[in-house]
Design a protein around this ligand. Structure first.
Ligand SMILES: Nc1ncnc2c1ncn2[C@@H]1O[C@H](COP(=O)(O)OP(=O)(O)OP(=O)(O)O)[C@@H](O)[C@H]1O
Length: 195
């Protein structure tokens, strides 16, 4: 079940830039009762598993199973999106969108951003998480051909005008200040009915 949200943050960032870490930090600040994290990759995996008779739980963890199907699953996802660009966004919203604030933790394509900007224009803000490559490597990133050079990882690297940019290079005090400001701004706008 979903309700019309009061505020949406649509996140994008390279692998291991800290999208999940920051989503959870922000959710804690807003309160879990008010803020939901919507992962677009969740419904993709669920649908893929369903249509291909696979074990959904194994697809979600970092097992060999996931690696085996990853490339095939990306291709399948692209085809679904081509036919219906909002397909996975709609599924994510219908499963998790029952709290007033949504964090979309993993927008990967222009069509993902478009979906929220088009359907929830007034309440949507786009957020780019930035981290240097050496920091991402320390967090476990390893360039993988066919994945890190594919549209699913690079589709939003250029041509976007982000509402908010968050730097996550290890200075956690600066990060916390930034997250506090984001939460303050949204809470203030909500209180003033500006969102
Ligand atoms: N500011 C931070 N302080 C401490 N640890 C961090 C910070 N940012 C990220 N990490 C850690 O780095 C690792 C990668 O971060 P995270 O999973 O959030 O990245 P991601 O962008 O969601 O990655 P992926 O695209 O692969 O899902 C995690 O173990 C996370 O806990």
């Amino acid at each position: 079940m979903s309700t019309y949200p009061s505020a949406i943050l649509v996140f994008n960032g390279k692998r291991k830039s800290g999208k999940d870490f920051i989503s959870v930090s922000l959710q804690k600040r807003f309160g879990e009762d008010k803020c939901a994290i919507l992962r677009l990759s969740g419904p993709l995996k669920k649908q893929y598993a369903k249509e291909h008779n696979l074990d959904f739980d194994k697809l979600l963890d970092a097992s060999e199973y996931k690696e085996k199907y990853r490339a095939e699953m990306i291709k399948w996802g692209e085809e679904k999106r081509r036919a219906d660009p909002g397909y996975f966004c709609r599924l994510a919203v219908s499963e998790e969108g029952n709290k007033p604030i949504w964090i979309i933790s993993d927008a990967r394509r222009k069509s993902d951003v478009d979906y929220f900007q088009k359907n929830y224009r007034k309440v949507t803000q786009t957020v780019r998480i930035m981290a240097d490559e050496n920091v991402r490597i320390e967090r476990g990133y390893q360039f993988t051909k066919g994945i890190d050079d594919a549209e699913s990882e690079c589709g939003l690297d250029i041509g976007m005008d982000w509402d908010i940019v968050i730097y996550n290079n290890g200075d956690n005090r600066a990060l916390e200040n930034k997250l506090d400001l984001i939460v303050e701004d949204i809470n203030m706008k909500l209180a003033e009915n500006k969102l």
